[in-house]
Design a binder for this molecule. Structure first.
Ligand code: PEP
Length: 252
């Protein structure tokens, strides 16, 4: 059975003390929440990974990074490799976030390389995909998402693909307060699962966790997560407030 996951993407927010306070508050509230079929992942900025990793030892959450280099090692100033993340015992890593695609010109090919680096180091990629507003208005959202997924993921073997978590994040909903309707989310998640089924078969598709991301918050999470193909969320802004984040986790 596929896991239900709530992952918090802190993006470039918090200083060390604020980050400590937030993760401590989440950990305290979460002591009563653990369910084996649910997973909570916190993805802080790189400098706080070690602290969050240490805190996670006594709590129920896993820790993930927000990005990784597409290269194995070497002269890539400022980059962080998958082997470095593994040596810090990271479980997950976000790849292909729309902000990286937009501000760092990440191509589907570069994202495919990042996915390979992560899998080679036993880190589960949280692969983000999603259409921009003009693409949805033109009715091309299904083609856009299919291209992102097929070019970055469908070169993987079925065994490799089994470690992928997909996050559908319509770009027009990220940080805008404009959420996809539960029907729009379900429709796209169902489409994504059908693509996986066509490529890898029913069991792989059925076992793949597909998250929704884009202005998901404490008020709308329950309705979004109630859809049969929505297996949780990738949460940006609302993951920065302990109460909201925990309410979202409780909505699983
Ligand atoms: C995100 O950045 O992955 C995200 C979903 O952001 P927000 O929840 O703030 O829209």
């Amino acid at each position: 059975m596929r896991k239900k996951i709530v992952a918090g993407n802190w993006k470039m927010n918090k200083t060390f003390d604020d980050a400590y306070e937030l993760v401590e508050a989440i950990a305290e509230k979460m002591e009563t929440l653990a369910k084996p079929e649910h997973e909570v992942v916190i993805c802080p900025p790189f400098p706080f990974l070690e602290m969050c990793g240490d805190m996670s030892q006594e709590s129920f959450f896993a820790v993930g990074a927000q990005d990784v280099s597409e290269h194995e090692s070497g002269a890539y100033t400022g980059e962080v490799s998958a082997a470095m993340l593994k040596s810090m015992e990271m479980d997950y890593c976000i790849v292909g976030h729309s902000e990286r695609r937009a501000y760092h010109n990440e191509s589907n090919e570069a994202i495919a390389n990042k996915v390979k680096q992560l899998l080679a180091n036993d880190i589960r990629p949280i692969f983000c995909c999603g259409e921009k507003l003009p693409e949805r208005e033109a009715g091309t959202q299904f083609d856009v998402v299919e291209k992102q997924i097929s070019e970055s993921l469908f070169g993987l073997s079925a065994d490799e693909f089994a470690n992928i978590v997909i996050a559908y994040e319509p770009v027009w909903a990220i940080g805008t307060g404009k959420t996809a309707t539960p029907e729009q989310a379900q429709e796209m998640h169902h489409h994504i699962r059908s693509l996986i089924e066509k490529k890898y078969g029913h069991d792989t598709a059925d076992n793949t966790t597909i998250l929704y991301g884009g202005s998901c918050n404490a008020k709308n999470a329950k309705e979004l997560f109630a859809n049969p193909d929505v297996d949780g969320g990738l949460i940006g802004g609302a993951s920065l407030k302990a109460d909201d984040f925990v309410t979202i986790i409780e909505s699983l």
